[in-house]
Design a protein around this ligand. Structure first.
Ligand SMILES: NC(=O)c1ccc[n+]([C@@H]2O[C@H](COP(=O)([O-])OP(=O)(O)OC[C@H]3O[C@@H](n4cnc5c(N)ncnc54)[C@H](O)[C@@H]3O)[C@@H](O)[C@H]2O)c1
Length: 476
């Protein structure tokens, strides 16, 4: 696949529809049309909030939601098919071969060399060489249909996450996917509907939920040190210009989304940990969102500075505003700011601020203020809290995670996935979390396309958020 293509398939995958409407036009017409009961293409601009509430419609095909999030029968030895072994998939493979009670028995990638590399890692770790599926973009369907597997785990480009998860579940396998699980509301519902109908897990693997600082913050929250949590700020602030323009890896697909989509394209790293602190889907839920994007300059300027006159990449145009800010209000009235900022020169950041009635945690650098404990009006370094408040997962797995990706958090998430499947426990992040966090992608695009108007979140739990218990403080 060429990295600088603007062919029909590439544009369709990135959000252009067959009529030639660009995604912003589509979202505007589509959102307004929903309110009128049909997509007429001539929405009344005054339809305002009612129109945007249409995004929250529950599909009629769903049955009643379950009383408890799924806990599937325990699987003593988890057989895994891995789909997409590029940068992130290979990192997961390296983790999984070190975890007891699981084996990668099948690998699928459109690039044979990537699949062979993953198979070598599995074999070098002392496991039998996995079966390879390298027959093209839909060969994952064959893997899902014919391989004896318990779990299909994918780290493919975004457009494949939903087709792979659905194929896995339809064939009786549990599914796990890299982030975001989906980027349209329709696909979020498709994951929920398929998981409920098939009785299979569909986990979104949000590694930042397992970050050391994020879990320290969650410990403080669970022990009441920050009081009642009222507000959080988070995001994904990462200069990806070089990666988006590369002729390999994410450069082959990630930039495409910036051609046509304007909103928060990657919300889950920031939102995952603060959603846990705020008991989202387990006592509260995301209710409404407003979103605003800055102008788009960064990618155009980077191309102009790095490619010669006449190069195809210099001619590309981008819809994605360089900095997108969205505000979410929860059903209980709490507030969350979530940023997406990937096209400008800047150091890495996820903000990671959680604020309650008695104190505040803030990342970059990690610091804490707790009234009555911290010196008055002064930050304390979060480092000084680890002795007393380190999360049990980090107490148990810190050594084992050394050398694993993203400071060890990637190992912890893979470890927990396998453990929950082996013990028949509910997963740390279930399909409702996958849907609610991923929904921010299209909801932010709809809000931006409609002058930052408020958009309602679908309630993927259909009211069960009031009953489901908060994520407990889990151990290893
Ligand atoms: N959690 C994190 O910290 C983190 C970090 C990086 C990437 N990611 C996510 O991981 C996913 C992959 O990102 P990456 O950086 O590894 O990208 P990548 O381009 O390096 O890897 C993607 C792999 O998928 C393969 N592939 C593409 N289409 C396929 C198909 N239809 N069937 C099978 N294989 C296919 C490619 O050949 C490649 O090997 C994305 O969803 C991304 O958002 C998450």
């Amino acid at each position: 696949m060429k990295s600088d293509r603007k062919d029909t398939a590439g544009r369709a995958a990135a959000g252009f529809d067959a009529t030639g409407l660009d995604r912003r036009d589509f979202l505007k017409v589509g959102a307004l049309g929903v309110a009128a009961g049909a997509v007429t293409g001539c929405g009344d601009p005054g339809a305002g909030q009612d129109a945007l509430a249409g995004a929250a419609t529950v599909p009629g095909t769903l049955t009643a939601p379950p009383d408890h999030p799924l806990a599937a029968p325990a699987i003593d030895h988890v057989r895994i098919g891995y789909v997409g072994v590029g940068g992130m998939g290979t990192a997961h493979v390296r983790n999984l071969v070190r975890i007891d009670g699981c084996a990668i028995t099948a690998v699928c990638d459109i690039r044979e060399a990537h699949a062979e590399r993953a198979a070598d890692i599995v074999e070098e770790a002392g496991h039998p060489r996995p079966a390879l599926y390298t027959g093209g973009e839909t060969d994952f369907e064959r893997l899902c249909a014919e391989a004896d597997l318990d779990l299909v785990y994918n780290a493919t480009p975004w457009r494949w996450h939903v087709p792979i998860c659905v194929a896995a579940m339809e064939n009786g396998k549990h599914a796990a996917t890299e982030v975001p699980a989906a980027y349209t509301l329709e696909d979020c519902w498709k994951l929920v509907e398929t998981a409920e109908r098939t009785g299979r897990h569909c986990a979104m693997m949000e590694n930042v939920n397992y970050g050391r600082a994020e879990l320290l913050c969650l410990s403080l929250v669970r022990q009441g040190l920050l009081g009642e949590i009222l507000h959080a700020e988070c995001g994904y602030l990462h200069d990806l210009r070089g990666i988006k323009f590369a002729d390999e890896g994410e450069g082959l697909w990630r930039r495409d989304h910036s051609w046509t989509r304007n909103g928060n394209l990657y919300p889950t790293h920031g939102l995952g940990p603060v959603a846990n602190c705020m008991d989202i889907n387990r006592g509260d839920r995301f209710a409404t969102l407003v979103s605003m994007s800055s102008p788009s300059r960064g990618l155009q300027e980077w191309a102009a500075a790095n490619y010669p006159e006449g190069h195809a990449k210099r001619a590309e145009t981008f819809a994605l505003g360089d900095v997108n800010g969205s505000l979410i209000q929860t059903a209980l009235g709490k507030t969350i700011y979530v940023a997406h900022d990937t096209n400008l020169p800047r150091p890495y950041d996820r903000i990671n601020k959680v604020q309650g009635t008695r104190g505040i945690f803030q990342g970059y650098p990690d610091r804490v203020y707790i009234e009555g404990r911290s010196p008055s009006h002064r930050w304390e370094e979060a480092e000084t809290y680890y002795d007393e408040f380190e999360h049990p997962l980090w107490q148990a797995l810190r050594e084992a995670s050394i050398g694993a990706g993203h400071g060890g958090m990637d190992f912890m998430e893979d470890y927990r996935l396998v453990k929950c499947l082996r013990e028949g426990l509910p997963l740390d992040m279930n399909v409702y979390d996958a849907a609610a966090l991923s929904a921010v992608c299209e909801l932010s695009e709809i809000s931006v396309a409609n002058g930052s108007a408020p958009v309602e979140f679908p309630d993927f739990t259909r009211g069960k958020w009031r009953e489901w218990a908060p994520w407990p403080v889990v151990g290893a």
